[in-house]
Design a protein around this ligand. Structure first.
Ligand SMILES: O=P(O)(O)O[C@H]1O[C@H](CO)[C@@H](O)[C@H]1O
Ligand SMILES: O=c1cc[nH]c(=O)[nH]1
Length: 275
């Protein structure tokens, strides 16, 4: 079964769950927020940008950076964790920008995105742009490059995300917003010393065996086999590897969020960039 990408037409987030309307209260459990306990429209109604990334400290530092960049009151240090009660994710806001951590891997980002999308829905946010700011392993690109994802692909280099729903497998599209990708690429031209490119991002379920690493606790392939696989990935248009982009692209696309995924290829990623 394949689903199509959604857009509500009004700029509102599109939740595609008829059960939600019948619920007296929606508890966003892992964010420590809820429709009865919090005034979500007052707290979040004016949010226009959501930036997500794996680590809580990175997302705090990003919120502080945004606070300074936007010239907001405060010294840029005093951002409070809105989700402090949950101990799962961290969330900060700087003016119209929300900065949220999602942990590592598809299950973790998926839980966060379900609750974030419902949060934006309850808060009646309009025209929200979401950007994942992550690290990744680069393939055949200069160390330190930023890869802006046009499409997330799976480990067979296909533009699809397979979500198990009960005992069915649902195939979801992983295309990201091409205009936003071009816009971000244009912004990068103003910043010297950051090689930036648009390419496919391969999303894996594992950091070690899934990404061809030779230094995990298990490894059943040779160095030659690894290189042959990564070369095929490169030839298919893959320029970097990480672990959330497919779920991010699928969920944001289906719920009408304008989304993009940008990855900084860190220098010390062991065992990658071999081409
Ligand atoms: O830099 P972040 O956002 O944590 O993402 C990348 O780093 C983690 C692996 O080290 C994975 O989650 C991968 O996707
Ligand atoms: O998943 C990831 C994240 C960072 N670097 C990698 O090589 N892979």
């Amino acid at each position: 079964m394949t689903e199509t990408t959604g857009y509500s037409g009004s700029g509102l987030v599109l939740v595609r769950n008829p059960h939600l309307d019948l619920m007296e209260e929606d508890v966003l459990y892992h964010l420590d927020l809820g429709t009865k306990t919090h005034n979500l429209p007052a707290m979040f109604g004016d949010i226009k940008f959501v930036c997500v990334g794996g680590s809580p400290n990175r997302m705090r530092a990003f919120a502080q950076f945004m606070q300074r960049e936007l010239g907001l009151a405060g010294d840029g240090e005093d951002v409070a964790d809105i989700c402090a009660g949950s101990d799962r994710y961290a969330m900060y806001r700087a003016g119209p920008v929300l900065s949220i951590s999602h942990g590592m891997g598809i299950p973790s980002i998926s839980i966060m995105l379900h609750e974030l999308i419902k949060l934006l829905h309850h808060a009646k946010c309009r025209d929200v742009t979401i950007i994942r700011i992550g690290t990744s392993g680069g393939l055949g690109i200069e160390a330190g490059s930023v890869v802006i994802t046009d499409t997330a692909v799976d480990s067979s280099f296909q533009p699809r995300f397979e979500q198990v729903v009960l005992d069915d497998v649902v195939v979801r599209s992983t295309e990201l917003d091409k205009d936003l990708a071009e816009e971000l690429l244009a912004c990068s031209r103003d910043i010297p010393d950051f090689p930036t490119l648009i390419g496919h991002t391969m999303c894996t379920y594992d950091f070690y065996e899934g990404q061809g690493r030779l230094d995990g606790a298990l490894c059943s392939f040779s160095s030659e086999k690894k290189l042959e696989y990564l070369r095929r990935a490169y030839d298919a248009g893959v320029r970097n590897i990480e672990m959330e982009s497919a779920a991010f692209a699928a969920l944001c696309g289906l719920c009408g969020l304008k989304g993009e995924s940008c990855h900084f290829h860190l220098l010390p990623t062991p065992g990658l960039n071999p081409l």
